[in-house]
Structure formats: C-alpha cells, structure tokens
Write a protein that binds this ligand. Structure first.
Ligand code: ATP
Ligand code: MG
Length: 366
C-alpha cells in the first residue's frame, strides 16, 4: 500500500493569487525544513499539499499554516472497491460497531459521490458482518477522496497547529526571559506568521545561570515550531550601574522601569540590525505590579518600533493553558533564580518626565 499525507491549509485560499502563492511557498518550505526526507507536492487550486516518504506526524503538527492532515492510502479508481475492503482490514473496522463512508470527488465520473459512498458501504457491510451504518456519529469513518482516476483513503483527520505560515509577515525581536509569559507571547506571534529572533538579557550578578538555562530549555521547545529559534544572550553592565546610581539617589523603586526601558532600547537596535519590524514582549496588564498602563506608556517611549504584547488582555490561567498546550509550561516552571535587583516597592505609576529626568541626571542613557 502506498502511504502519503494530505495537508490541508484552507484559510490561505481566501487571499489574492500572489499572496496565496507566497504563503503556499512558505508553508511548503517550512514543511521541507522539518521533514527533509519527504517529497512535497502541491495540488493546485485546492488548498492541499501531499507528502510522500518519511513523515513524522508530531513534526507536521507544529508547522504553522497546516489546519489539519491525514495519513492516506493511495489506489486507482479501478481498484477502489477491492482496495476499500483491504483498507477496512487495516484499520480494524471489525472492532467497531458502526461506520460511515464519506466520498469527495473531483473530475467527471459516471457516479455521484453519494452513489459511490453507498456502493462502498454495501461492500463493507457484506464483508464485515455485524457492522452497522451510522451517518451521524459513527465509530469509524472511511474518507475517500477521488481525483479523476486517483483515490485516497483515510480514517483520521489530525488537527494541525493552524495559523499562518512562519515568516510570511517578516521578523520580530522577542524579549525572551523563559518564564511562562514571554514564550507564549513569542509563540502567538509566530502563529501569525512572524519569525522570532529571541533575545535574553543576562542580568548577572542579579541572577545566576539557572535563569539562562531555563531560557535555553524553553527555547529548545520552541525550536519544534521554528527550527532556528536560538536565543541571543545580551550582557552589559546597565543594571549594575543603574542599581548603584538609583541606590545612591534613594530612588531604587525606579530600577525595574529603567531596566526594562534599557531592554527595549537594546532590542530596538538589534531589530534594526536584523531587519525585524517590531518587538514582542510577554507583558500582560496588571499581572505583576509593574505592568500598568502608566508603566507601559513610559516603556513605549523608549523605542520607536512597535511593541507587540499579545498577552495584554489575558488572565494568568489563560496564559498557562496555552503554555501547556504548546509544551513550554513545564520547562518554564523549572526552578530558576529571579532578579535580585527588584526593589521592595517597584514604581507602578511611573511618570515619563520624571523617568527622563532620572535617566539624564544619572547619565544612564548615552
Ligand atoms: P515572564 O513570565 O515572561 O518571565 P514576568 O511576568 O516575570 O515575565 P517581567 O519580569 O515584568 O514579567 O517581564 C515582562 C517582560 O519583559 C517579559 O515577558 C519579557 O518579555 C521581558 N523580560 C523580562 N526579563 C527579561 C530578560 N531577562 N530577558 C529578556 N526579556 C525579559
Ligand atoms: Mg509574567
């Protein structure tokens, strides 16, 4: 039996021809990247891709743009009737009580799809005694797709990750700490077609290696969705200088907001160097005391590129649920040091004029 995979990507259909081509090409090259051993064939005009050879469904599940897929068996129309019975053997239809046959057809034939479904259904009933047809909620369903003289049979539709093919929207730099939030934020933008360049700020001596190790482990999981998901580690002395200066001035409560503004500035420089069109962060309104509208306003001032915060309106439990679904949760909750530079009461209602004044006075921005 010849096995192959059918990948469906219907939403791409809705786009104009040039956009659709670009999206299809991106989807195909993303599939090739994770499944280099398989042959990829596009079926023009129908929002389908066929894969032949070694296919790892676990990898296929994580390619953005794939809505669903099915492992199929191929036969010619001439052989369809006898082949359908072999297929039923293979899927152990005798273990079920009820079944249905669904036929879809492209091309001109001397039968309708319903007639073919009824014919195959009769053959199956004849061979497998005790089975019953149930068109509403069958235990087993045999899907038959007829394309002119070619037929494809499958019994399972596996859900893909959906979204838009990775890269079609361009690149974003992610502020990636490896906690629960920032990986989910980066992933949500990946799902909308943005390739991510993640950057991690090494804040030692205010944290130890465990935080970096956690970020690396989480990044490894996101590699399953974007194979080159490699964190860039940024290390500078800003936080040490800022902490010292703010302590002397007796305004340590500004540490986090200044540190975050610095991260935004560095992220912007990197984004411009790498041709990224914006920055994505894991901030969510009201989540930790410092994530307030006032503070976000002050943060936005630090960079001229758009800052995307896909988690802004999410509750923590919702974010955790997505983290579980995409597989990052367990790695994100591994014990890791947190930032020891965080003051007792970080400012929650920062005022831009005041922050600009502090940065100028303490010469924290060059
Ligand atoms: P997370 O759960 O993503 O670790 P958080 O809820 O702990 O974030 P903050 O520490 O205020 O919240 O960070 C807010 C956002 O700032 C993070 O989601 C991330 O995008 C960015 N960020 C924080 N620390 C770092 C870091 N060391 N390197 C890179 N980005 C960071
Ligand atoms: Mg958080």
């Amino acid at each position: 039996m010849t096995k192959m995979y059918l990948v469906r990507y219907s939403k791409i259909f809705l786009k104009s021809e040039p956009v659709r081509r670009r999206w299809e090409n991106a989807l195909i090259s993303n599939i090739r990247e994770v499944l280099p051993e398989c042959r990829v064939r596009r079926e023009r005009g129908r929002g389908r891709i066929w894969l032949e050879g070694a296919v790892d469904p676990e990898k296929l599940k994580r390619v953005f743009g794939g809505v669903s897929f099915s492992e199929c068996e191929y036969c010619t129309l001439e052989n369809l009737n006898s082949f359908s019975l072999d297929f039923c053997d293979e899927i152990e239809i005798d273990k079920a009580r009820t079944f249905a046959v669904r036929v879809k057809r492209v091309g001109s034939h001397d039968f309708t799809s319903q007639q073919k479904a009824a014919e195959l259904g009769d053959l199956i009933l004849n061979k497998f005694k005790g089975l019953e047809v149930d068109l509403e909620s069958s235990e087993k369903t045999i899907f038959v797709e007829i394309r002119n003289e070619d037929c494809y049979l499958f019994d399972e539709v596996i859900k893909g990750v959906g979204g838009i093919p990775l890269g079609v929207e361009g690149k974003l730099v992610a502020l990636f700490s490896g906690g629960i939030d920032s990986p989910v934020a980066a992933w949500l933008m990946m799902k909308r077609g943005c390739k991510i360049n993640p950057i991690y700020f090494d804040i030692s001596p205010f944290s130890d290696k465990s935080m970096l190790n956690r970020a690396k482990r989480v990044a490894n999981i996101l590699k399953e969705y974007q194979p080159d998901f490699e964190i860039k580690v940024v290390k500078d002395t800003f936080l040490e200088r800022a902490k010292e200066a703010l302590k002397s001035a007796g305004i340590e409560n500004y540490t986090c907001i200044l540190c975050k503004r610095h991260m935004y500035r560095v992220a912007e420089c990197i984004a411009k160097e790498e041709g990224a069109k914006g920055i994505v962060t894991g901030e969510s309104l009201g989540q930790v005391a410092s994530q307030t509208l006032d503070n976000l306003l002050v943060l936005d001032d630090a960079c001229s590129l758009p800052v995307y915060r896909p988690l802004i309106g999410f509750d923590k439990v919702e974010i955790e649920r997505i983290a579980q679904e995409i597989g990052t949760f367990d790695a994100s909750i591994l014990p890791a040091s947190s930032c020891s530079a965080v003051p007792k009461k970080p400012v929650t209602k920062a005022k831009l004029e005041k922050v600009l004044e502090i940065e100028k006075e303490l010469i924290l921005v060059l």
